[in-house]
Design a protein around this ligand. Structure first.
Ligand code: ADP
Ligand code: MG
Length: 334
């Protein structure tokens, strides 16, 4: 893809100040998203996922760094311009579907409402009906909200978020409160909308299983991008007419890569560090295939011997260590 990026976050920092306490929610986050991407964002609770979504959606401003969406420099925007940006270009879906819904209105009335409020009532009913069709609720469009299940309500909320034709859809844990079957329906709905409308979609989840439903997943750790998983769809299934069901691919290959930030820093998973007893400082060794990270001062072989009981690795074969410390080359098949 040689198209211009749709989203660029460059060294994004967000500090929350509560009384005299400073919370670093984002600590120099770099992220590039292509137009029309369907992307997942995972990370532990408190890692900064919602903070990132709020900044991208114009609900909050970063403390430092830069952020562009669709060629808009969100930092340079006035409050009024940021409000306009949020209302006209961004759709939000929250964990609680009801946050975007009016309980006493029917599904179709809920989807029409944002259009009416924005002064776009002409054609609103038709668009609302079309959107509900697209999220698979065509036959239920006149149902009251209480007549719909939690998953169906979430799909109404997705239709509501798209009412005013945003170019960016931000879904913050949309499957956080539903069972896996319902989550699947929600993922499939988002896939359909991404495909049919071309809207760029970012889905936050604490479930790494989301990798099966999107093209790319980035993992945030401590307010920074730590790793990225790209799905390589099995060739044989690709392009098959009608069989566009991303969830049935059995031969998808997931390639997880660590992410280097603009300053060349990377985050190494804690369990990797623990396994090789790497703390505080480490040595870098150049090998033919890449860079090896070795505990400082320690005997590499001994550490490895301890961690891999029964398997001795002679010095000459130290290169094999890369199979264990698969920085940048880890390959998982599901
Ligand atoms: P996540 O969505 O990944 O769970 P958040 O982005 O909500 O993480 O939070 C990141 C960090 O910022 C957490 O430590 C959280 O407590 C803190 N935080 C988030 N929002 C606020 C706020 N409005 N005021 C103060 N601290 C906040
Ligand atoms: Mg959150």
């Amino acid at each position: 893809m040689s198209t211009e990026p749709f989203i660029i976050c460059d060294n994004l920092v967000k500090i929350y100040k509560i009384a005299n306490l400073e919370v670093f929610a984002l600590q120099g986050l770099d992220l590039v998203v292509a137009p029309g991407e369907l992307m997942g964002i995972v990370g532990a609770s408190g890692s900064g996922k919602s903070t990132l979504m709020n900044i991208l959606g114009g609900l909050d401003r970063p403390s430092a760094g830069r952020v562009w969406v669709d060629n808009n420099d969100l930092l340079k925007m006035s409050d009024a311009a940021l409000n306009r940006y949020r209302r006209s270009k961004v759709g939000f879906v929250w964990q609680q579907a009801t946050r975007n819904l009016i309980p006493y209105l029917s599904a179709v009335e809920n989807v029409q409402l944002p259009m009416t409020l924005a002064g776009n009532s002409r054609g609103a009913k038709k668009r609302a009906t079309d959107l509900l069709e697209m999220v698979g609720l065509g036959p239920r469009s006149h149902h009251g909200l209480s007549q719909l299940s939690g998953g169906e309500q979430q799909r109404v909320a997705i239709a509501v978020s798209l009412a005013n034709s945003p170019i960016l859809l931000l879904a913050d844990e949309p499957t956080g409160e539903v069972d896996s079957q319902t989550a699947l329906a929600i993922y499939q709905t988002l896939q359909t909308l991404n495909r049919e409308l071309g809207v760029t979609i970012l889905i936050v989840s604490h479930d790494t299983g989301i990798a099966r439903h999107v093209q790319r997943v980035v993992a945030i750790r401590d307010g920074k991008l730590a790793s990225e998983t790209v799905r390589q769809t099995g060739q044989s299934n690709n392009g098959a007419e009608g069989a566009h069901d991303e969830d049935t691919h059995v031969e998808d290959v997931f390639e997880e890569m660590v992410v280097l930030d603009s300053a060349g820093r990377l985050q190494i998973p804690k369990d990797y560090l623990a396994r090789f007893n790497i703390q505080g400082r480490a040595k870098l060794e150049m090998t033919e295939d890449g860079i090896l990270i070795v505990p400082a001062g320690g005997q590499t072989e001994e550490v490895i011997r301890e961690t891999r009981a029964g398997e001795l690795i002679p010095t000459a074969k130290r290169r094999n260590v890369r199979d264990m410390l698969r920085l940048g080359r880890g390959k998982k098949t599901s």
